[in-house]
Design a protein around this ligand. Sequence first.
Ligand code: GCU
Length: 424
Amino acid sequence: MIQKTLFSFIVLVFSYQLSAQKTTPTIKNEADVPSYKLPHLFTSKDGMEIDTSSEWERLRRPEIHSYFANQVYGVVPGQLDFHNVEVLDDEPAALGGKAIRKQVNLNFKKGNKSVSMSLLIYLPAGKKKSPVFLAYNFKGNHSVSPDSAILINGKKESELSGEELKKFNVSGRGGRTSRWAIDKMIDAGYGLVTIDYNNVDPDKNDFSDGIHAIFYKTGQTTPAKNEWGSLSAWAWGMSRIMDFLETEVLVDHKKVILFGHSRLGKTALWAGANDRRFSIVISNNSGCGGAALSRRRFGEKVSDINTNYPHWFAKNFHNFNENETALEVDQHMLIALIAPRPVYVASASQDSWADPKGEFLAAKEASPIYRLYGKKGIVMEKLPPVNTPFHGSVGYHLRKGKHDVTDFDWEQYIKFADQHFQSN
Ligand code: GCU
């Protein structure tokens, strides 16, 4: 009895602490940002000073990467290649004739479990090979364009059950067109490869489905503390799509640009840090756990994100709730892991939850690593005015407006890609 009471008391204290954490007020004014010191990019754990890009590659980069993998996003517990590719659609004259449209399923299998990734691909017609933007979408491939031939989760509307019609929100066809400047991409000579991120791992706090479950050892039901949360699973998915793009003759696989918005911007940065085959990485309004510096605690904090989205990061990351200073990294180091490949961080002026200034500062603080490679990092000291893009090897803009992806953003990304591909 006494033991039981003691146990309930401990549970009570513990849950009180948890709820107290949840209620830490959101910092909305710059004056309330605590003073902080960022961990050093140039000093290795055992105190070695890094002076060259080869020392960075050999000594410091691997330890930072391993820290992010084990303490923040979670390590991928194994390897799995796609089992086969099913071509579902190959239309040479889509979008009024200016694009090729392909739809394929990448199928993964292990034991009695399987996962299918349904890709939608538009490529400029008449080109031998095209650079592409590779990007997850939130609401299904059919949301990115009104094109009625876009399959819904790899199926025709007529093949869907009543339940599937609801689940995949068929009426949302074309509903997110404004976020995908497909015409601009095609006109500029770029393709788009997109897939619903839920295909890889459904975005809910449930580790019984998606790609996690395929990797479990016998008896395992959730990832270990240092193993992958959903962001890491989505990042893994990007690399598997890259495996497929390397086999696709119409795609210039040396020119694959990773793009992601918001949680998928966090994903893009982590995927870009993991896989050097991505030649440019773009994070749009990625905020906490993406481009924004955690130590500023402005807008969304580590404790907020781990409370509201407990499945996104490795369990180990929860140890840093209300305790960012204990982290051996901050998000400028994530951006630095992408060097020397071009990286673009974009913010929106009304998106204070994502801390635009923290996103800018992380891009700026990552820049010295770019300079080690002789590349141009951010040169401005202060957050630039709205709609004033800066395009070095580290790019940045603060778009006027809310948390979103707009034509203005895409115009900058296309220019940025043009600039880098032409100079190489
Ligand atoms: C929430 C979350 C953010 C995330 C965003 C999104 O606002 O707090 O961290 O970036 O959703 O992905 O839309």
